[in-house]
Design a protein around this ligand. Structure first.
Ligand code: 3HC
Length: 240
């Protein structure tokens, strides 16, 4: 969208096909907006925007071919420190010395991930927020301000539900109407993905076992273990 040639690399062609659909759909929403805006030349400008954005994007399973010539590599795989370190160690072998590495991790320490590479001076955090084409924050602050506050908040909402204090719908309504949040905690957790929320909380629990706020939550664990991960699987706290 911003004019950079970009390659999206995954290990699965099936995932890439799904990604292409999601990206095309998202670009379509932006094209629709531009098609009504004189600034973008109405429909013609909107079509040029969409087709040139798609032309700059390659979807591939061949990591090596693209990493060799990349200026920046942004990793966005599963929230598991060993998996991230293993991937970066591989990428480090093929990337050019000038190439900058970044992790989109939501919660893991950047210095520890970077320790798997020989470019600690060219390694950073680059954390996007959902939905990425719309949210304006890109956080690379040490400490991950948003998730450090957001995850305990989502966890406390689930504990409130678990205690039977209120339903998910009531809690969402209260936070939307009372604090002006665009989505209440259950809608947002379903949107982020319950597996992601659990991985983040579990990771912190492992590092700070005495902190009550990161303790496992039965309702959340049950939903994740039964494959109810939120919007992406058609069911989480709500059905879609
Ligand atoms: N692609 C492109 N455009 C999109 C889009 C997408 N995926 N999703 C929404 N939009 C656009 C719409 O076209 C619309 O544009 P317009 O206002 O110019 O017409 C605009 O965004 C608003 O969308 P909607 O009218 O459909 O709906 P809402 O007004 O409810 O907004 C929302 C949707 C932006 C998702 C809003 O509900 C919101 O801000 N929710 C909270 C999101 C949030 O808290 N994100 C952070 C999650 S934490 C995280 O990601 C970190 C991770 O590490 C866990």
């Amino acid at each position: 969208m911003k004019g950079h040639d970009t390659a999206l690399v995954d290990v699965s062609d099936e995932v890439l096909a799904k990604s292409k659909l999601a990206i095309t759909k998202s670009l379509g929403r932006i094209q629709e907006k531009f098609s009504q805006d004189p600034k973008y030349g109405y429909l013609e400008g909107a079509e040029v925007f969409m087709s040139s954005a798609l032309k700059r994007l390659t979807l591939t399973t061949d990591m090596k071919a693209f990493v060799e010539s990349a200026d920046i590599v942004i990793e966005s795989i599963v929230e598991n420190i060993d998996a991230k370190k293993k991937l970066f160690a591989e990428v480090d072998k093929v990337a050019a010395p000038k190439c900058i590495f970044a992790s989109n991790t939501s919660s893991l320490p950047i210095a520890e991930i970077a320790s798997a590479t020989n470019r600690k001076d060219r390694f950073g955090g680059l954390h996007f927020f959902n939905p990425v084409p719309v949210m304006r924050l890109l956080e690379d602050t040490p400490g991950f301000i948003v998730n450090r506050l957001l995850m305990p908040y989502l966890g406390e909402a689930v504990r409130m539900l678990e205690r039977g204090d209120a339903t998910a719908k009531e809690i969402d309504q209260a936070m939307e109407m009372g604090t002006g949040y665009p989505m209440g905690p259950f809608k947002l957790a379903d949107y982020i993905g319950l597996d992601i929320v659990k991985l983040i909380l579990d990771g912190w629990h492992k590092r700070f076992p005495e902190n009550r706020i990161f303790q496992p939550i039965t309702v959340l664990d049950k939903l994740v273990s039964t494959g109810k991960l939120g919007r992406k699987t058609g069911e989480g706290f709500y059905k879609y």
